[in-house]
Design a protein around this ligand. Structure first.
Ligand SMILES: [Zn+2]
Length: 155
C-alpha cells in the first residue's frame, strides 16, 4: 500500500536534529509539510539559523528514510517564509533541551531576559561568549553552581 502524506510526515517526524539529538526536526519546527507528487513526494523544511550546516544533514536524512521506504523521487524544498523562530519550539522540546543541559530559548514576547541555569535553575547567570558550541547558541556560566552551559538563542 502506498504511503499517505501523513504516513510520510510521521516517518520524517522522528529525525533528530543533528546538533541537538534529543529533539526532532518536527519538534524544532523545521519539518513543515509533505505533499505527494505523481511519482514521489515533496518535503518542505524551514531552515533554523541561516547557514546552519545542519540543514544539509537533515536533507540527506530525509532522502535516506524515504529511499528506505521505496520513495526515490524526493524533492526537498526550503521555505524562508514565514521565517523560523524559536517560538515554534514546543513546551516539550524546551523541556528536553533543559534536561540535555541547554537553556531553552526565551519567548520573543519576554521583555526581561534572564537566562536560567539548566542544571540548578538559578537565574544568577552571566554570559561568557555570544557564540557557544555553534552560532545558534551562546555560552553562559552559572554563578551558583559554577557550571558553564549553552543557551539556545531566541531567534
Ligand atoms: Zn547552576
Amino acid at each position: 500500500m502506498p504511503l499517505s502524506k501523513e504516513n510520510i510526515f510521521d516517518l520524517l517526524s522522528g529525525i533528530p536534529d543533528p546538533e541537538i539529538p534529543v529533539i526532532t526536526i518536527q519538534e524544532l519546527g523545521v519539518l513543515r509539510k509533505v505533499e505527494l507528487t505523481s511519482d514521489g513526494c515533496e518535503v518542505t523544511i524551514t531552515p533554523t539559523y541561516t547557514g546552519c550546516p545542519a540543514m544539509q544533514m537533515i536533507e540527506d536524512q530525509i532522502r535516506e528514510i524515504l529511499r528506505d521506504n521505496g520513495i526515490l523521487n524526493v524533492s526537498v524544498k526550503m521555505t524562508y517564509s514565514p521565517a523560523w523562530t524559536t517560538d515554534w519550539l514546543s513546551a516539550e522540546a524546551k523541556d528536553k533541551l533543559r534536561k540535555y543541559g541547554i537553556a531553552p530559548p526565551l519567548s520573543s514576547m519576554d521583555t526581561v531576559a534572564f537566562i536560567q541555569c539548566p542544571h540548578c535553575s538559578s537565574f544568577n547567570t552571566e554570559i561568557i561568549s555570544d557564540f557557544g558550541s555553534t552560532s545558534c547558541k551562546g555560552l553562559y556560566r552559572c554563578n551558583d553552581c559554577k557550571e558553564a552551559f549553552d543557551y539556545f538563542k531566541t531567534h
